[in-house]
Design a protein around this ligand. Structure first.
Ligand code: G3P
Ligand code: CA
Length: 387
């Protein structure tokens, strides 16, 4: 867990990089060739002025649904706090509205994380439908225009475990992906560093069936905002396979195959028989590397828990993924006892914090390249302590 440049110096260099376009306007003619070269590079690459070309922090800290351990998930406040805590990337999950707008939400069912169920004006929108093969009753993003969604307010998903977050119920609206991009670009300037987007397409087959396919609008929105090449600070992730292959044709942005349990829903629907377990084998990972740049496995693919719920021993997943040329960014690290291996819990109280640092260290020792975490400050601090 090391960066090549110590943190204060790195921040200084990034601040210098931030000022390069201004220096370029005022630079005297007698600057050294190295400085002149840096100024010329910055003039030619204004969008990349915060970046160290070809490098990303290691381990990469991805703020899962924003700083969702502190603020209701997928709100601008959650993303902003994550960035101020030092996260390298923020992670919006995206779903579609009826009028084809990309908004940040983990589920297309809105009742779990918004106040829609208490809104009389939307009572008649409640219905039951199949989503990814499962019957669900609720309120669905595809039944709401963006203007209607903007009237809703975010609420905490797990108030028993995160009562502090629940005190912010009603404070924030659901952001569009464009608003998140605008936030990230603004905070890139004030923070003086490059901040990335790690976007997950939620329920891609479901939205394709509705005529609201997410892939092309997403690629086009990102391109309009300057995210188009492999060097851009953006990843696109999916639990499905075919939509990543479609995205591979639509964009040069880096793609990440997520791993859950059973079968990807698109494969289940097409009857291919392909399972996540097959995709996790050495051969399966090589096949994934044909269209993806990284993998986002559930943590258990990297270090499973034993029969007692304690953290077990690493598998060969990371070794095989690296052999296939894939980055490994497992999900999801959460500080509360409810989510930790039994041997790292501090008490029986599910909301209290346990030894997440020990869990992260074990995964770093297993060779991961980054991680999704609800409390990004913890991973940032661990990384800085190791510098
Ligand atoms: O995208 C990584 C991780 O977020 C996948 O799980 O359900 O939190 O989106 P989920
Ligand atoms: Ca996600």
């Amino acid at each position: 867990m090391s960066r090549s440049i110590p943190s204060p110096l790195r921040r200084g260099l990034l601040a210098f990089a931030l000022c390069l376009p201004l220096l370029a306007q005022a630079a005297p003619d007698d600057v050294s060739p190295a400085v002149r070269e840096a100024i010329d590079w910055a003039k030619d690459h204004p969008r990349d002025r915060h970046a160290r070309p070809g490098q990303e922090p290691s381990p990469l800290v991805v703020a899962h649904r924003g700083a969702s351990g502190y603020v209701p998930e997928h709100t601008l406040a959650s993303y902003a706090l994550a960035i101020l805590q030092g996260a390298d990337y923020v992670e919006p999950d995206v779903v579609m509205t009826r009028d084809g707008q990309l908004v940040a939400r983990h589920d297309n069912e809105l009742g779990l994380t918004t106040d829609v169920s208490s809104r009389p004006e939307f009572a008649d929108r409640q219905r039951t439908q199949e989503v990814d093969g499962v019957a669900l009753t609720g309120w669905f993003s595809e039944d709401f225009t963006l203007a209607e969604i903007k009237r809703l307010r975010a609420i905490e998903r797990i108030p028993d475990i995160r009562p502090g977050n629940a005190r912010l119920d009603g404070a924030f609206e659901m952001p569009t992906l464009q608003e998140i991009i605008d936030l990230v670009k603004t905070l890139q300037v004030s923070e003086g560093r490059r901040i990335g987007l790690y976007i997950e397409t939620k329920h891609p087959t479901h939205f394709q069936q509705l005529g609201l396919a997410v892939e092309r609008p997403l690629a086009e929105l990102l391109k309009r905002n300057g995210y188009a090449s492999r060097r851009a600070p953006a990843y696109i992730q999916s639990f499905e396979v075919d939509n990543l292959k479609t995205l591979d044709r639509l964009t040069e942005l880096r793609l990440v195959q997520l791993y859950g349990s059973g079968q990807p829903y698109d494969q289940q629907r097409r009857g291919t028989g392909l399972t996540y377990a097959q995709m996790a084998s050495a051969e399966g990972l090589k096949a994934v590397a044909q269209y993806a740049d990284g993998v986002g496995p559930d943590k258990s693919y990297v270090i499973p828990r034993d029969a007692n719920g304690n953290l077990g021993s690493p598998t060969d997943f990371v070794v095989n993924a690296h052999a296939a040329g894939l980055k490994v960014h497992p999900y999801t690290f959460r500080a509360e006892n409810a989510f930790l291996p039994a041997n790292l819990r501090s008490s029986d109280a599910p909301h209290e914090r346990g030894d997440i640092e020990a869990e992260i260290r074990a995964f770093l020792d297993a060779g991961i390249d980054g991680l999704f975490i609800d409390q990004p400050d913890i991973a940032v601090r661990l990384r800085e302590d190791a510098e």
